[in-house]
Each structure stands twice: as C-alpha cells, then as structure tokens.
Design a protein around this ligand. Structure first.
Ligand code: CA
Length: 521
C-alpha cells in the first residue's frame, strides 16, 4: 500500500510540475537582489533608466538590479559616424562599470578587451549561459564575426532579425499607362526608364519625370549589379565583399567597370536624376509627392508607405519589383539586413560578479527575456493572444512610431545584447511592404554578406595607412565617370595602376589574413 501511495504521489507531482501547469518559469539568478552598475550610451536613449517598465520586469524576474552610472550621456555616439567619445571618457576615468552597453561597441571592446578592460565571454557562456551557448552553437559565423583578434568574444551584440532591407521600386501605374509590363531584365528596366523620360506618364505635357532617383547616391552605384558588378559586400556602402572565400573590393572588378560605363550612358540620356549626387535625403519625399519620380532602390517598409499618396495622386502605385536580371541573367538583391550590429553590451574588467552578469545577459535570450526585449511589458504594450505577443491597438494606432514607443519603455534597445524578433515589426508593416517581401522571398535573391574582420595590431597599421586615400580616389573617379568627366573604359588601366600604387594589394592582403584567421578559411 505504501509503495502504491508513493508512486501515485510521484505521478501527481510530475503532472503538476509539467510545463503546461508551471506558467511561471523561474528566472531568478540570485536569492537576494544584486546591484550591478551600467553605462549605456545610445543616441536615442542617452542613459539607462531604472524606472523603465522593462527594467522593472527584468528586476522582478531575475533579482538583478541595474544601477545607471552613465557618464558622457550628452556626447554623440552616432551610429553612422562611429563616434565613441563617451566610451573614451569612461575609459579615461579609469573606472569601468559592471556592464557597458553602447552603439559602436565592437571595435572598442575588441581593442581594449584583450588589454583587460573587458572580460572575455567564451568560458562564461560555455559554463553559465545555456541560451547564449545555444544561439552561438547554431550560428558559428556570428561568433566568428564578433570575436577579437585573440579569438575571444568581448560583447553580446544586438542581433537584428528579418532578412530584407531594400528593394527595387517602380511606378506600376506609370507602366500601366504606357502599356508596359513590369521589367524583368536590365534591358526592360532601361526601356521603362526611357519611356518614363520620353512619354509623359504623369500627363502634364512636360518631360519633367525623373526616371531613377535615390535618397542616398550610392544606391545609383548599386545598379552596377545589373551588369554583374558589385557595389558593397555588406549593409555599409563601398565595403569589401567575399568572392569564393577571398576578400575583394567591388570597385576593382570588371563587372563594376561595365556597370559604370552603362550608368554613365544612362546619366547622359537623362534616365537618372541629374541631381543624384546632391539632392540628398529628401529626394524620395519630394519626387514622389510631386509626381515626378519613377523608380528607386530603398527600404521596403518606409517606401511602401508612400502609397498613401494615392489619395492625392490619381492611381498612384509605387511597388516593389523583383531585381531585374543582369546581362548574364543573374537576379540578385545586394542589400539585406546585416545579422549582427557593432552595438550591444559587455562586462567590465573589474566586475566582481561575472557569473551573475553572464546569467543576466543569458536571461535576455530566454523566450521570456527576448519577448521583453522586443515587445515591452505584457499588459502595457502587448497582450498574449494564442501564445503570441500582439501589440495593443493603442500602440499600433498611436501617432508616435511603434519603435519610438518601445525605446521609451526600455525595449528594442540596441545598446543591449538581444536577438530581435521580426514579428515585432511585421505587425506594423503595411500590405505593400509585406507583398514586396513575399515577392523577394519567393525568388530567393539575397546573397551572402561580408560580416567584417578584427585586425591584429600589424594589420590595423597597414589598413590605417593606405585605405583612406584608396577609398577617396575610388569615389572621386566613380563620380567623375558617371557625370561624364572621363571614360571608365579608356581610363581603366591607369585607374588600376593608381590603386596598386596607393597600396590596394597591401590592404587586400591584411584583409585576407584577418579574414582567414577569423573565419577559418
Ligand atoms: Ca511629364
């Protein structure tokens, strides 16, 4: 009888503690609250706020309490300029907080981590952070990409989700009006741009249409992919790219030469905005709302948003088209979201609680922590519906952008190491964006990205010595050729000789040695 009772009790207890019944998993890291200091620098949220609902929820769950000690909060940590003045100031002060979160953190920690300013994370993750370990085990290329030259990881990055960034967009209603099909090849794309220029699709009797325009002029250079050239290997313009395991630079290739030759011709024929290099960031807003712009290459979500103009411009339809096939028949979309950012957080070298801290970093990679990092606080920003976090109508219908609302509660912080969930963005993308993304998904047009290298000191010296002037020369020649000053084909041999003289081979050599060390090729 006694044995029978014991077995029944064991069964009952097994049932009661199975996940279906245990709604609240235990995320406690320490029994008594533990305070850890944090420096957090990001242009959008200049200090860490202890009253953020997301911080409050994380405190309740983990018992780790972050205390803001940010210095230099008013300094620029601009995502694009790569400024890290606040971090330099912190370092100069000689006191590094337990946790340091920032935009543009990667190069900083990879330089100062090996000198002791930050803790190496590999062993800590291996022994104490099962969720981080699982992530890096499944994505070894991410681990390789963020590692310093000594092979250690010194920060947990912000990891964007979702593959798609930019796409080709064209005025479908203009194509219709001129009796044209959606262009499928580079020749058909050229014919459509020429028809926009010469056949008055906006119907005002003037040849005022601007067939191809771009907010960022390198999106003109992007078109060299239509002649099998390349313009960049990553989401940074003019970057190196990987070709069969070897690092090359796109502006020293024959496809690029062919592309520039043809883009110069398009420019001369008026198929490209005459002000492409100078019109700047307002060009999309201006040329679309004035019913002048015909095609561009820009972000899915924001560009699709311009279909709201259909209320003012009869029939207005600006939609994504699949990348036109290149001269050799390849259809590629060179731009995509990068899977890792140089932003995230690291553990200070004098942190007395490295195990608790890595467990805290790991918390944000649990299902619950990831939801908190992506969607804000349950019941405030979102509700769980059929097992999925769904934003409240008050969030979706607010005048304030959804991402700005989330930053204000401590969510979607790029200065926190977390894995973004694209579903957060999908809930507020419009139908045209989702339709375009489905089109690109179907065709599988994305290509592999170059995720960057970490130089050792010798390599860094070579790169710093030569690269700036090589890049300046490349960009100066590029713009001249497009504008018709010089002929890329006639000038090509001299151009390549000048690149050699400026040290391109030396730069490629250190890029490749760093790349092989980092990615084991
Ligand atoms: Ca016109």
């Amino acid at each position: 009888m006694k044995l029978h009772y014991a077995l029944t009790a064991a069964l009952v207890s097994a049932v009661l503690t199975s996940p279906a019944y245990a709604a609240d998993e235990d995320y406690t890291i320490v029994d008594e609250p533990l305070e850890l200091t944090i420096q957090m620098n990001h242009a959008r949220y200049p200090v860490y706020k202890e009253d953020w609902p997301v911080e409050q929820e994380a405190r309740k769950l983990t018992n780790i309490h972050l205390q803001d000690v940010t210095i230099g909060a008013n300094m620029r940590t601009d995502e694009n300029s790569g400024r890290t003045e606040a971090l330099n100031l912190m370092l100069a002060g000689g006191k590094i907080p337990d946790i340091v979160g920032s935009s543009r953190l990667k190069d900083f920690v990879n330089q100062y981590g090996p000198e002791g300013a930050f803790l190496p994370l590999n062993d800590l993750i291996e022994e104490h952070a099962p969720n981080l370990k699982k992530y890096f085990d499944e994505r070894p290329e991410i681990q390789a990409a963020i590692s310093a030259a000594d092979g250690n990881m010194y920060y947990i990055p912000y990891l964007p989700d979702g593959k798609y960034g930019r796409a080709y967009f064209i005025r479908y209603d203009w194509l219709d009006a001129l009796g044209l099909e959606v262009p499928q090849t580079v020749d058909e794309f050229e014919a459509a741009l020429r028809a926009f220029k010469t056949q008055d699709p906006n119907g005002n009797g003037e040849a005022d249409e601007v067939p191809y325009f771009a907010r960022q002029w390198p999106e003109l250079i992007r078109l060299v992919t239509l002649w099998d050239g390349r313009s960049s290997g990553s989401d940074t313009y003019h970057d190196f790219y990987v070709d069969n395991g070897e690092i090359k630079h796109p502006y020293a290739g024959e496809g690029y030469r062919e592309g520039i030759k043809n883009l110069a011709r398009w420019y001369e024929e008026g198929l490209i905005d005459a002000e492409i290099f100078t019109r700047g960031s307002s060009s999309r807003e201006f040329l679309l709302s004035e019913n002048l712009g015909g095609a561009t290459h820009d972000w899915f979500a924001s560009t699709s948003g311009y279909n709201r103009l259909s209320s003012e411009i009869e029939g207005f339809e600006f939609k994504a088209l699949a990348p036109p096939a290149s001269i050799s028949g390849k259809r590629i979309e060179e731009h995509r979201r990068i899977p890792i950012k140089p932003d995230g957080w690291a553990i200070g070298g004098t942190n007395k609680h490295p195990i608790e801290t890595i467990k805290y970093f790991d918390f944000w990679f649990t299902e619950k922590g990831r939801r908190l990092a992506n969607f804000g606080a349950e019941g405030i920003q979102y509700d769980m519906i059929d097992g999925e976090p769904i934003f409240k109508d008050s969030v979706l219908n607010s005048d304030e952008p959804v991402n700005a609302q989330l930053w204000a509660v401590g969510s979607q912080l790029q200065a926190r190491g977390f894995f973004q969930d694209y579903n957060y963005e999908k809930q507020w993308s419009n139908e045209f964006a989702l339709e375009g993304i489905a089109l690109y998904d179907e065709g599988d047009y994305l290509i592999d990205q170059f995720l960057g290298v970490a130089f050792n000191a010798d390599e860094q010296r070579v790169y710093d010595r030569y690269w700036g002037s090589i890049r300046d020369y490349m960009l100066e020649r590029q713009q001249s050729w497009v504008l018709g000053n010089g002929d890329v084909v006639a000038d090509w041999d001299d151009y390549m000789a000048q690149l050699e003289k400026l040290g391109l081979s030396d730069v490629l050599e250190v890029m490749n040695s760093a790349y092989k060390r980092q990615y084991g090729q």
